[in-house]
Design a protein around this ligand. Structure first.
Ligand SMILES: Nc1ncnc2c1ncn2[C@@H]1O[C@H](COP(=O)(O)OP(=O)(O)O)[C@@H](O)[C@H]1O
Ligand SMILES: [Mg+2]
Length: 259
């Protein structure tokens, strides 16, 4: 379902901290309805790269295009205005309140008398969840009582309700069990079918391999390469992550050493 114009194009992005080239000229892109996994070991520069897209940190140089148009993203507000939402690993939920309160956190609906419109927020949240995660049924309990997958659903529902077209997810399934991971997986498939593009960030290829359409690998601030998931094996991607080798250059001996 990809179209010709990428939702996101990041071109030759550079970020240095003192003498450390955290991101040393990286280009990645993302099409509508696509999941691009951004993988690499700790310190590879994934978070720093993606923070330039979410408006958390300004790049030293490089260009970002959204729907083909060059943009300046200086703050998280700029990013949100461009339809870019970030689901942080912490999820940033208010634990002692319920799902509807979290979906509308900071953007509460009010009645014409200025009171919180809890019934409108609940009915909106029920509609959203019916679409995104029909298994989600608990609209009453504080979200601290909910499972990791349900909590993730709430964070995503919040992003999508406020018109995210581009979703950045940091290690979305790392802390989840298999059933939970399955729930998040279904949610991601639903978002894809709605044309939302997703950057999935992970240090572990096993966490994201199944979900990815393409995989961009970073090592020591540089892009090793971007591959189509269907063209590669996990071992080949591991070879990219650990050795910085391109899939065709990974030998049987390399693979033996990876295990
Ligand atoms: N705020 C910062 N100040 C100084 N160095 C940083 C900062 N953030 C990241 N770095 C360095 O930049 C490099 C890339 O880090 P990071 O983007 O967090 O990698 P990853 O997310 O792939 O683990 C690392 O060497 C890290 O120590
Ligand atoms: Mg990181």
């Amino acid at each position: 379902m990809a179209t010709d114009t990428p939702l996101v194009e990041m071109r030759d992005i550079r970020v240095a901290f003192g003498g450390v080239h955290a991101v040393a000229g990286v280009s990645v892109d993302l099409f509508p309805g696509e999941v691009v996994a951004l993988v690499g070991g700790n310190g590879a520069g994934k978070t720093t790269l993606i923070r330039t897209l979410s408006g958390a940190h300004k790049a030293d140089s490089g260009q970002i295009l959204i729907n083909g148009e060059p943009v300046t993203i200086s703050t998280p507000r700029d990013a949100k205005d461009l339809g870019i939402e970030t689901i942080y690993q912490t999820l940033a939920l208010a634990d002692n309140t319920n799902a509807p309160a979290n979906v509308f956190l900071g953007r509460e609906l009010t009645t014409r008398w200025g009171n919180l419109d809890t019934s409108a927020m609940e009915s909106e949240t029920r509609k959203l969840m019916a679409r995104l995660n029909p298994k989600f049924k608990n609209f009453v309990s504080p979200v601290s009582n909910l499972s990791g997958g349900q909590r993730q659903s709430i964070a995503i529902a919040r992003a999508v309700h406020f018109n995210a077209r581009i979703l950045i997810m940091d290690e979305p399934t790392a802390a989840l069990g298999p059933a939970e991971t399955e729930q998040v997986r279904d949610l991601i498939l639903q978002l894809q079918s709605e044309g939302i593009g997703i950057f999935l960030i992970s240090h572990d290829i096993h966490d994201v391999f199944d979900l990815a359409d393409r995989i961009s690998v970073m090592l020591q601030g540089e892009l090793v390469g971007t591959v189509n998931k269907k063209d590669v094996t996990k071992d080949e991607v591991l070879g990219m992550i650990i050795m910085g080798k391109h899939p065709g250059d990974v030998t049987q001996q390399d693979i033996a050493e990876l295990h």
